[in-house]
Design a protein around this ligand. Structure first.
Ligand SMILES: *C/C=C(C)/C=C/C=C(C)/C=C/C1=C(C)CCCC1(C)C
Length: 232
């Protein structure tokens, strides 16, 4: 039987602890640093802090579930995703609107696409709809947001920009493509074709979250900082 204390050989549990502290530290950092960047970038930094803050709270619960039961904290993960993923997606809108006027259609399409992706995945994982149907709906939502940032209006607006903002947009775009691909792969191997155990899946998800939430936010912060005049 498992105890409620972290065992020294429980590497999944240790990864939950490490990431929860990284999320806490990032949250404090983003909120404190928010005022050190130009006003037009502050919304983006606030959103980065909200993402890691929401993740921090969920990580506290997730690591508790893992350490005391040894099972995947799926419900907490999805609640976290439901809140943080749309926030991460609308960062693309705020990155663009920090430097130019862009249409709110970008904001709404990214928001709706990410919700379709998550609701499809959850309905499939929780057994409300067929597992494959959930995957297909989820993939459709993801492909839709990838379309928007690779070829849609957001992509066209970003292409007109040069320098650090364009670089930041592109970095974030590849995070959503490569870093995010880990989650549908986990769904595929975990529920549809088999091949992964819960322990490795959780370590992979935890490390992915570090890239997709913390490093994502740090790159936006770094860009904002670059564009803020010295001494501001
Ligand atoms: C911080 C948490 C993040 C960035 C979570 C992202 C989650 C996804 C990109 C999930 C995607 C899925 C699909 C594309 C299809 C199947 C179901 C999902 C929800 C696992």
């Amino acid at each position: 039987m498992k105890t409620a204390m972290l065992a020294s050989n429980d590497f999944v549990g240790i990864s939950f602890w490490l990431i929860s502290m990284a999320m806490l530290a990032s949250t404090v950092f983003f909120f404190i640093e928010r005022n050190s960047v130009k006003a037009s970038w502050r919304t983006s930094i606030t959103i980065s802090g909200l993402v890691t803050g929401i993740a921090f709270v969920h990580y506290m619960y997730m690591r508790e579930v893992w350490v005391s039961t040894g099972t995947s904290p799926t419900v907490y993960r999805y609640i976290d995703w439901l809140l943080t993923v749309p926030l991460l997606m609308i960062e693309f809108y705020f990155i663009l609107s920090a430097v130019k006027k862009v249409s709110s259609g970008i904001f709404w399409r990214l928001l709706v696409g990410s919700l379709v992706m998550l609701i499809g995945g959850y309905l499939g994982e929780a057994g409300y709809i067929n597992i494959t149907a959930g995957f297909v709906i989820g993939m459709a939502g993801w492909i839709y947001i990838l379309y928007e940032i690779f070829s849609g209006e957001a992509a066209k607006e970003a292409a007109k920009l040069k320098g650090p903002v364009n670089g930041c947009f592109n970095f974030c775009k590849w995070v959503v493509t490569l870093g995010w691909s880990i989650y549908p792969l986990g769904y595929l191997f975990g529920y549809m074709i088999g091949g992964t155990d819960e322990a490795s899946l959780n370590i992979i998800y935890n490390l992915a979250d570090l890239l997709n939430k913390t490093i994502f936010g740090l790159v936006i912060y770094q860009t904002a900082k670059n564009l803020t005049p010295a001494g501001k």
